[in-house]
Design a protein around this ligand. Structure first.
Ligand code: S3P
Length: 181
């Protein structure tokens, strides 16, 4: 059996699932460096995620996203908070499964809605949706994406994350790699 590499952690999950907040905590506990993929894209492109969507469309954003993700392939001792769509485009999920340990922060739809309702103007995929449209969109997109998210090495409950036990698992346990089994 082949095990996941734990010198690089990718946090995976839907928009609003708390990847950056948890990522920073885990990085602090493991003494790893923390990166937010959206911020890395913004620095690389010299433009905000919203303006990349406006000028280059989602296709342009996804290309930049995949390129920036691969820039981390040779880094060690890092935690990366990915974007909600990152695992679902190109070979990003396979690349992450090969290069590090993927942790899916699973959240119920209702909780995602509550969080995203307030934060939708910042997110190009959610702008201009009314309450009902937003609920339907989250439902559909989560259905589409979850199959990919569930390929992660570890799946954690985003409603009751115990950072200490998660860090314990990451430090001590061997995690079988589904991509390499
Ligand atoms: C996206 C999620 C966003 C950002 C972009 C697209 C998505 O990141 O990458 O707006 O497709 O789910 P967060 O998950 O950090 O909001």
């Amino acid at each position: 059996m082949v095990f996941a590499k734990k010198d690089k952690l990718y946090l995976i999950g839907f928009m609003g699932s708390g990847k950056s907040t948890l990522g920073k905590k885990i990085a602090r506990s493991l003494n790893y460096e923390f990166f937010d993929l959206d911020q890395a894209i913004e620095s690389y492109a010299g433009a905000s995620v919203s303006s990349i969507f406006q000028t280059q469309g989602e296709i342009g954003f996804r290309l930049l996203e995949s390129e920036c993700l691969s820039h981390f392939n040779n880094n060690k001792n890092i935690v990366i908070a990915t974007g909600g769509g990152t695992p679902c485009f190109y070979h990003n999920m396979e690349m992450m499964l090969q290069n590090g340990c993927c942790v899916y922060i699973k959240m119920p739809e209702g909780a995602l809605y509550q969080r995203l309702y307030k934060a939708s103007p910042k997110r190009p995929l959610l702008v201009d949706k009314n309450e009902e449209e937003l609920r339907d969109y989250i439902h559909e997109l989560l259905l589409q994406r979850e199959e990919t998210y569930l390929k992660s090495h570890l799946i954690i409950d985003g409603m009751s994350v115990d950072t200490n036990s998660l860090v314990g698992v990451l430090k001590h346990k061997m995690i079988p790699n589904p991509a390499l089994r």
